[in-house]
Design a protein around this ligand. Structure first.
Ligand SMILES: [Zn+2]
Length: 100
């Protein structure tokens, strides 16, 4: 849990709010890049999630950080809905290259 608190304190948990749809997207900036976290699905695009969490391990610290940020509340960064797809594509491309 110490690591999760560290991530939040460093301001690396980001809530992106897309308008006008109100769609939310969470990311955590880690040491190797920015990861996409879906707290409802307990999904994260990082390597730890792929190699540990999916094979029965604990949730990675990005997921823990986001859940903590939800509990404590955090300011959202606002974006236009037009940016949603390119944003997801950039995150997916980053996740893909991290797994190589
Ligand atoms: Zn993660």
């Amino acid at each position: 849990m110490e690591k999760a608190e560290g991530a939040l304190a460093a301001g690396s948990v980001k809530l992106h709010l897309f308008q006008p749809s109100g769609r939310k997207l969470w990311t955590v900036v880690g040491k190797e890049g920015e990861y996409w976290v879906d707290p409802e699905l307990s999904f994260c695009s990082c390597k730890d999630y792929y190699f540990a969490t999916l094979s029965g391990g604990a949730p990675c610290y990005h997921i823990k950080s986001v859940k903590k940020a939800i509990e404590e509340g955090t300011d959202a960064l606002e974006f236009s809905d037009d940016d949603y797809v390119p944003f997801l594509q950039a995150l997916a491309a980053e996740a893909e290259s991290a797994l190589r």
